[in-house]
Design a protein around this ligand. Sequence first.
Ligand code: TRP
Length: 355
Amino acid sequence: MTTRPRILTGDTPSGRLHLGHWVGSLENRVRLQADYDCFFLLANMHAFTTRAEAPDDVRRDTLEIVKDWLAAGIDPERSTLVLQTEIPAIAELSWYFAMLLPFNRVMRNPTLKTEIELKDLGDHYSFGFPLYAIGQCADILAFRAELVPVGEDQVAHIEMCREVARRFNWTYCGVDPTTKDEGHPAAGGLFPIPSALVGRVGRLAGTDGKAKMSKSLNNAIFLTDTAKEIKKKMGALYTGRQTMTEPGDVNNALFQYVRAFVKDPARVAELERRYAQGDNIGDGHVKVEVAAAIDELLSPMRGRRAALEGDAGDRRVLEILRAHTVRANAVAEETLRAAKQAMKLDFGVRSLLFP
Ligand code: TRP
């Protein structure tokens, strides 16, 4: 077994991954595989909180995300994929954790509130919908992860997870409430207090130039998009600038893309300077350059992804998931056993499924 610190993060299957996922978290995940013991979660149970009536779609989206991950550079030899619905310890821990947070604290979680607005859930969302925020604490803590690479929108969830971890350690592990977060494990706490790690672009604008990039807003460049699609979507990005000599705003969405995807820092600085001065540089030119940079990033992913298409690809994905589920359950069951022991629930009556 390895002693590298653990990472847990993941995605809710809701469609193909896009550039917002890449700069927000995926890029960090690929990089951090070298130094961390990584667990990457498919939050397929969470998908049911808003799509309970669409099991076929949830299943398809779950397998698609695995393909996007592998194509992006997640290495199944080094990292463990966690299929949420196959890890019973997560569901069981969620119940115990639900008792450690006041109901109103959960309902004030800003990420839940925003989601209710964005998805137009009104007051008719399921009971399970807000529960997913507690479930997310269990996702992370079941693996006793120390680091959680996420996009900016998830930081409120990680904060709640930190509260749960502290409270559990105070209540059941005898950790003194004045103990600093870093000191919890040494003070006997079962759970490390995890930190969020936000990617270099926390919130990438969509190709509409306004809202956050998102599949449902139809403003996303997907990791699977072809060179032609990338060019077309970039071309449609509206900045409001009219001529090549008009001083441009380097804080617009187009220049967020320049900084996010053009690799050479000197070229980025030059583009910024000329654009700001209106030095004979059109939006169209900048867009073509950005589209080429994005294509350079995505082209190797498209290649790896092509090898996973069709039935053979599905079989390969299922094979990985089966093997990784065994690994993931070994860790999560060990956590569950320790948590129940701390809660005086170690009756030893049920033998655990996964030793
Ligand atoms: N809520 C996250 C999202 O939709 C997915 C997720 C579920 C997650 N559990 C997690 C992310 C635990 C990080 C850690 O993007």
